[in-house]
Design a protein around this ligand. Sequence first.
Ligand SMILES: NC(=O)C1=CN([C@@H]2O[C@H](COP(=O)(O)OP(=O)(O)OC[C@H]3O[C@@H](n4cnc5c(N)ncnc54)[C@H](OP(=O)(O)O)[C@@H]3O)[C@@H](O)[C@H]2O)C=CC1
Ligand SMILES: O=C(O)[C@@H]1CCC=N1
Length: 264
Amino acid sequence: MDFTNVNARGLVLLGCGKMGSAMLAGWLADGLSPSAVHVIDPAPSDWLQSQGVALNGPLPPSPAIAIIAVKPQMMGQALPQLQSLENTLLLSIAAGTSIAAFEQHFPGAAIVRAMPNTPAAIGQGISAMVGNAATTADDLDLAEGILRAVGEVVRLDAEDQIDAVTGLSGSGPAYVFHLIEAMAAAGVAQGLDPELALKLATHTVAGAGALAIASDEGPAQLRINVTSPNGTTQAGLEVLMPELPELIARTVAAATSRSKELKG
Ligand SMILES: NC(=O)C1=CN([C@@H]2O[C@H](COP(=O)(O)OP(=O)(O)OC[C@H]3O[C@@H](n4cnc5c(N)ncnc54)[C@H](OP(=O)(O)O)[C@@H]3O)[C@@H](O)[C@H]2O)C=CC1
Ligand SMILES: O=C(O)[C@@H]1CCC=N1
């Protein structure tokens, strides 16, 4: 990302918790100048205080972009703090809160709604984004650049897809971490030391994910490649495959419908 314009005009971050700090770390590593950053957060972490960014001070009148990274439940309280901004692109990463809700607070503003995920902390997130009618091509490019600094980005055709994105990739890292926990516990049940089982499970998930990205073959073929006829994998998959798709479908459906409820 070329941060020249953002470094000149400024970047505001509203809420610097888990996602806000993960993304800020990525931007700073990618060339965002700390002196351009203005963070609003009621209880700045030690990490944030050591970054040389402006904390809870007056905002510049027209920063290039303001990223909204507070919980949807805090939105009503938090948004008035951005009321003074003019000609600033608003980029929300909050689950639930709709573009229409932001438009009520900021009539006429260019607003991009995005859904990233926590692997953004190591530059390996994936974000989906969609802009309102007021966004220009330059606005969308700026939002995409900001999100691309912390991972992959996809653009959505319509805002209503974002609930499913939230249920799949926004919440998805938690499902995968739980899979790692379950695989490690299963290894322990088969007699492995807990530390060894966790290492095997973690690297298996990470390696399989990296292979799925790097390979020209799709996940079904990659699964078949592991599965020797009448071998160990076949025995394992005969237990897993009848159960997993339905369980994952219900998991993603529950998260998607919670995202819809959060619209409030
Ligand atoms: N965590 C995740 O995996 C993902 C989260 N999101 C979205 O990102 C947003 C943030 O989530 P997450 O980082 O997990 O949550 P956190 O609670 O970790 O971060 C929110 C931050 O906002 C601060 N805050 C609370 N009230 C205000 C206020 N009035 N003004 C400014 N800052 C305030 C909080 O401070 P304090 O803690 O002191 O209240 C906290 O530091 C949410 O909308 C969530 O839906 C999107 C994708 C993935
Ligand atoms: O659990 C949540 O509501 C947020 C949104 C996606 C990931 N975490």
